[in-house]
Design a protein around this ligand. Structure first.
Ligand SMILES: Cc1cc2nc3c(=O)[nH]c(=O)nc-3n(C[C@H](O)[C@H](O)[C@H](O)COP(=O)(O)OP(=O)(O)OC[C@H]3O[C@@H](n4cnc5c(N)ncnc54)[C@H](O)[C@@H]3O)c2cc1C
Ligand code: SF4
Length: 337
C-alpha cells in the first residue's frame, strides 16, 4: 500500500487528495464504497489518525455518521440487545440496560480513552480500529502493510502480544471486543454480497490466516449492528484493565470474565483477554478447568496458571505473564466473594 499524499502549508503537514461522500443510507454507503480504495468514516477518531500518520491512503471517504438506522440501542423480543454500529462508546457506558445486564461491557466502555473520545468514537469504529503497533503507525513498511518483515520481533516489543503472534505481534487494541465476546455477541454487516452475520469469536482475523487484515470485513462492507443474546440472571461478569500509566491509555492487559454458577459450582465460563494477542484471546484451558468445578481458591489458582500456560513472550514483554495470571486470579476471587 502506498503512502497517502501529503503536502505542507505554512509549516503544517496536510493530507490531501480524497473526495468525500456523506451517505444517507446503508445502500448509498455501499455504493460509495464500491469505488476503489474508499474508507468508512464513523466518528473519525481512528481513521483520521491513520490518514495523518500515513498508515494507509484513500481516494474517497464515505461518512456513515448521518445514517439513522445505525444509531442507538434496542431490546430484542427475547431479552437481548441490538447495538447499532454508530452508538457512541459513551452511550454504551451509560446505558441502564447494559450497566445492569452486561456490566463487563459497560465497564469496558467506561475504560476506553478519554470522555471526548468516548463521545465521538463509535462501537463499530472501536471493533474496526487499526492496530497501535508503533512500527505500523510509524513509517515502517512492515508485514501488515504488505512489506516483508516485522520490525517488532527484534525491536521495541514491550507492548506486543504474548499469544497468537505469527509473523505479526500486535495486540488487539479494543477494550470493548473482549467484553462483547464473553456475552457471545454476533456482528452483523452489509456489503455487495448482502447482509451477513458472524459470531464475534470469528470476526477478527489472526495473522496466521491473513497478516494484512484485522477483521473479516471486505473494503466495501459496513458493520451495521451488534446483537447480544440475553444474559442469564445467574451470570456474573466483569472487565478489568491495567494501563502503563494512570491516564488514558490502551490496555497493557485486560480481562473480561463471565461465569454462570449453580450454587457455588461453575456451569459455564468465558475468559477473554485484551492486550494479549492480535485478536481478543479466549483463555480456553482456564475456562475448561473451571467448568463443573466449585469456585474456590484452588480452582481459581489453577485457572489463573492455565490462562498463561501457552504464552510465548517476546524479548521485552514477559512481564505480561504474571500480570495476566494475577489479574485473572483477582477477578475470579472478586466474583467468588
Ligand atoms: C488517543 C486515543 C486513545 C484511545 N484509547 C482507547 C482505549 O483505551 N481502548 C479502546 O478500546 N480504544 C481506544 N481508542 C480507540 C477508539 O476507541 C477508536 O478510535 C474509536 O472507537 C473509533 O471509532 P470511530 O467511530 O471514531 O471510528 P473511525 O475512526 O471513523 O473508524 C475507525 C476504523 O473503523 C472503520 N469503520 C468505522 N466504522 C465502521 C463500520 N460501521 N463498518 C466498517 N468499518 C468501520 C473505519 O474505516 C476505520 O478504519 C483510542 C483512540 C485514541 C485516538
Ligand atoms: S507487529 Fe505487526 S504491525 Fe507491528 S511491525 Fe510487526 S508486522 Fe508490523
Amino acid at each position: 500500500m502506498s503512502s497517502p499524499r501529503k503536502e505542507w502549508k505554512g509549516g503544517v503537514e496536510m493530507i490531501t487528495g480524497f473526495s468525500y461522500l456523506r451517505a444517507k443510507s446503508v445502500k448509498d454507503a455501499i455504493s460509495g464504497l464500491s469505488k476503489n480504495n474508499s474508507r468508512v468514516h464513523a466518528g473519525g477518531t481512528d481513521l483520521l489518525g491513520c490518514l495523518r500518520d500515513r498508515v494507509f491512503t484513500t481516494d474517497m471517504v464515505v461518512s456513515i455518521s448521518g445514517i439513522k438506522e445505525l444509531k442507538g440501542i434496542r431490546e430484542t423480543p427475547d431479552g437481548g440487545l441490538i447495538v447499532g454500529a454508530l452508538t457512541t462508546i459513551a452511550e454504551i457506558s451509560e446505558n441502564p440496560a447494559i450497566r445492569k445486564r452486561y456490566p463487563a461491557l459497560a465497564q469496558a466502555a467506561a475504560e476506553v480513552a478519554s470522555p471526548q473520545l468516548r463521545n465521538q468514537g463509535t462501537i463499530g469504529g472501536n471493533l474496526c480500529q487499526k492496530p497501535r503497533c508503533w512500527y505500523y503507525r510509524g513509517e515502517f513498511h512492515c508485514l501488515r502493510k504488505g512489506g516483508d518483515m516485522c520490525y517488532a520481533v527484534q525491536g521495541e516489543n514491550h507492548y506486543h502480544c504474548i499469544f497468537g503472534g505469527d509473523g505479526c505481534y500486535i495486540v488487539h487494541p479494543s477494550d470493548i471486543a473482549p467484553a462483547l465476546a464473553v456475552y457471545k455477541a454476533n456482528v452483523h454487516f452489509y456489503g455487495s454480497a448482502g447482509a451477513r452475520e458472524v459470531s464475534l469469536d470469528h470476526f477478527f482475523v489472526p495473522p496466521s490466516k491473513d497478516v494484512t487484515k484485522e477483521t473479516v470485513l471486505e473494503m466495501n462492507d459496513i458493520l451495521t449492528e451488534i446483537v447480544i443474546p440475553p444474559a442469564p440472571i445467574e451470570m456474573k461478569s466483569s472487565y478489568r484493565k491495567v494501563r502503563a500509566r494512570r491516564s488514558w491509555d490502551f490496555a497493557l492487559a485486560g480481562v473480561a470474565l463471565a461465569l454462570q454458577m449453580t450454587g457455588d459450582k461453575v456451569t459455564e465460563a468465558r475468559i477473554v483477554l485484551s492486550g494479549a494477542a492480535p485478536i481478543p484471546w479466549r483463555a480456553f484451558d482456564a475456562e475448561k478447568s473451571l467448568i463443573g468445578n466449585i469456585l474456590d481458591s484452588d480452582s481459581i489458582k489453577r485457572a489463573a496458571v492455565l490462562s498463561v500456560s501457552w504464552a510465548q513472550p517476546l524479548k521485552h514483554n514477559a512481564y505480561k505473564i504474571p500480570l495476566f495470571r494475577g489479574m485473572i486470579e483477582e477477578e475470579l476471587t472478586n466474583i467468588f466473594h
